[in-house]
Design a protein around this ligand. Structure first.
Ligand SMILES: [Zn+2]
Length: 223
């Protein structure tokens, strides 16, 4: 080890201190209390009606929960399906998200759409009218949907109390900032308010990767 003269030593301390300060300030937003909304990155998934499940898995078949999700009562099922597009390419093993819905809908990422050869309109879940046709294959049958494939619009689930705290209302669109070195600001984030919701910002896997963010990290609404 080299001997450092006192004057050089204090310069060295100053240098190290300034480097550490800069590094901490870059990460500061990760510890900022204003980042209070958990991020949930949603994998591609499918919602089904009773009638669709009858075709795909057999009459009267019941879904089996694999893992419960952030929103109360919602679960990823053990049951999965294959989706085929016009290029005859397939995306396999897409989980059904229960419970049974009043619509059948395939939520894919932009990357999935490019792979399958289909354009995906950005929609709030359930708004499938005139969305993209798609073919779904299950173990017991095949469904040719005239509409149903979408990209999910970015959204935040929250309770009326949360909405009061954030000064937003159902149907508002806001911007959301993801902290960190690879962080981004998302535009056109829909606010969805219900007594039954739990606070969570939902994006798809393309968006999660682009923002270098994982489920559970905190984000914030910016004006
Ligand atoms: Zn959601």
């Amino acid at each position: 080890m080299q001997n450092i003269e006192l004057s050089n030593y204090s310069e060295l301390v100053d240098l190290v201190t300034s480097i550490v300060r800069e590094k901490i300030s870059q990460k500061q937003d990760l510890f900022d209390a204003s980042y209070s909304i958990p991020v949930g990155v949603s994998n591609r998934h499918i919602h089904v009606t009773r009638e669709s499940l009858d075709v795909l898995y057999g009459k009267g078949y019941e879904l089996n929960p694999y893992r419960y999700l952030s929103q109360p009562g919602e679960f990823a099922a053990k049951e999965a399906l294959t989706v085929v597009g016009p290029k005859m390419r397939a995306v396999e093993n897409i989980r059904i998200l229960g419970p049974i819905r009043s619509f059948t809908q395939v939520e894919l990422s932009l990357t999935d759409g490019i792979y399958l050869g289909i354009e995906l309109p950005i929609r709030i879940s359930g708004d499938v009218k005139d969305s993209t046709p798609v073919t779904i294959i299950g173990p017991k049958g095949v469904l040719h949907l005239k509409e149903g494939a979408i990209r999910s619009a970015r959204h935040i689930h929250m309770t009326p109390a949360d909405a009061g705290n954030f000064n937003v209302k159902n149907g508002d669109e806001v911007r959301v900032e993801i902290a960190g070195e690879g962080g981004v600001i998302f535009k056109n984030v829909h606010i969805r308010v219900s007594e039954n919701y739990k606070l969570d910002f939902h994006i798809d896997t393309d968006e999660g990767n682009c923002a270098n963010v994982k489920t559970g990290q905190l984000c914030k609404i910016v004006r």
